[in-house]
Write a protein that binds this ligand. Structure first.
Ligand SMILES: Cc1cc2nc3c(=O)[nH]c(=O)nc-3n(C[C@H](O)[C@H](O)[C@H](O)COP(=O)(O)O)c2cc1C
Length: 420
């Protein structure tokens, strides 16, 4: 028999934990976001469709991006037990400098489109977190302004070598003068990928007002107020004549760039040099043997270029085995959780980059949203490491991770790079 009694008002009073309502809407929203996917949901609500789709979307059928994310979800972890780890160290050294966490911010073009604070929010949040920030050639903030925002932290510059070589060389020299320590030469963009969402949305740079965009703007007034009351949204380092991002890329990019260009860049650039967009074991090995290349980024550009490209996370163990321990291997595409980063480090990545994960934060709440994205990833990294029973990144090993694969080559003998 359950014993019953009259409710005691004092007990009820004790249970009532009403907090003063948080009047700062951004703070409230960001606090409620527990995952990067939550930030994405907020971002979608607050950002005009064309800008959100430009960020969220990928090329063609968006298979590369979906597969890359799936590959991270298909990780199986193997924790150690009874391994005392009172202290946790998430810091690392990459390309000759420190990072408080094993990830940095990837280069993204046209960042002020997502939210007006753009690169300044990214660089400021990176500075506060002690991680590197990468500015894109197609950035909307100048090299010098990024340096001002992150004066004593690590700034990296992403380079597109364009038809007009002098523009690219000039940017390289400017980044060196501003004290950027690493140049990331992106090589997966001989032509633009087919970003179908942009085409369907009629998205162009600069953004154009159509009846559709005006209707879509009604529930998103803040984005438009920012857009109309802040300096013009344009590339900081390039002049353009308008069009979709794909059209602009096609006009600027040169499908004939090759190893000769890499050699010229090596001559001009005094700091560390990494090549971004490596997608086969052979290319990673060749780059390792190329004079002056310090590392590679295994990446398919967040699925925005060649659709059905290899999954970087699947390529990682083979590349690490082929290049040995002394060559920097970084990875991006599909990272949505700190556990993805931990799994990458365990399988041999020196470092990882986040693109959309940071942009969802930016769209959800400007600088504070990027801080929140970094905080979410940090807590996921820390929790995963603790649950795995490791206290430093160096303790993470391949034995901690099994990659469960859904996609297996039909005929390994003739299949491409992934079948090795
Ligand atoms: C909106 C957007 C713009 C991007 N612009 C560039 C760019 O200008 N240069 C570049 O090398 N990569 C660019 N990327 C690719 C990122 O550097 C990175 O490889 C990719 O976002 C990683 O995948 P993730 O978004 O799943 O993290 C862009 C990605 C996004 C989402």
């Amino acid at each position: 028999m359950v014993q019953r009694q009259l409710p005691n008002p004092a007990e009820i009073f004790e249970l009532m934990k009403f907090k003063a309502p948080e009047l700062d809407g951004t703070k409230r929203r960001l606090h409620a976001a527990l995952t990067i996917a939550d930030l994405r949901t907020i971002a979608k609500r607050r950002t005009p469709k064309a800008a959100f789709d430009y960020t969220d979307g990928a090329a063609e059928g968006e298979l590369s991006l979906a597969r890359a994310r799936q590959a991270f979800q298909d990780v199986e972890f193997h924790p150690g037990i009874l391994a005392p780890a009172p202290l946790l160290d998430t810091s690392t050294t990459v390309l000759g400098g420190p990072s408080a966490l094993p990830f940095g911010i990837a280069p993204t073009g046209f960042t002020r489109l997502m939210q007006t604070e753009g690169e300044v929010a990214g660089a400021g949040a990176a500075a506060a977190a002690g991680i590197p920030f990468t500015l894109s050639t197609l950035g909307t903030t100048s090299i010098e302004d990024v340096k001002k925002t992150n004066p004593s932290g690590r700034n990296w510059f992403q380079l597109y070598v364009m038809r007009e070589r002098e523009i690219s060389y000039g940017l390289t020299r400017r980044a060196a003068e501003a004290g950027f320590d690493t140049l990331m030469f992106t090589v997966d963009t001989p032509v633009a990928g087919a970003r179908l969402r942009d085409k369907r949305n009629g998205f162009s740079i600069p953004p154009q007002l159509t009846l559709g965009t005006i209707i879509n703007a009604i529930p998103r007034p803040w984005w438009w107020i920012d857009f109309l009351t802040t300096p013009k949204l344009e590339f900081a380092s390039l002049s353009t004549t308008g069009g979709t991002v794909g059209e602009l890329l096609d006009a600027a990019m040169d499908p004939t760039i090759g190893y000769d260009d890499l050699a010229v860049i090596r001559e001009i650039w005094p700091g560390k040099l990494v090549v971004k967009g490596v997608q086969t074991v052979e290319d990673a090995v060749r780059l390792k043997d190329t004079h002056g290349v310090d590392g590679v980024v295994l990446s398919n550009h967040g699925g925005r270029q060649l659709d059905r490209a290899p999954i970087p996370f699947h390529l990682l163990p083979q590349v690490r085995a082929a290049v040995g321990d002394d060559f920097t291997v970084m990875i991006d595409t599909g990272i949505m959780n700190g556990a993805d980063i931990v799994a990458s480090v365990a399988l041999g990545a020196d470092f990882t980059l986040i693109g959309r994960a940071y942009l969802y934060g930016l769209m959800a709440g400007g600088r504070r949203g990027v801080d929140r994205a970094i905080e979410i990833l940090r807590s996921e990294i820390e929790r995963t490491m603790r649950l795995l029973g490791v206290s430093s990144l160096a303790e993470l090993e391949p034995r901690h991770v099994t990659q469960l694969t859904r996609l297996v080559p039909m005929n390994p003998a003739v299949a491409g790079a992934v079948a090795r």
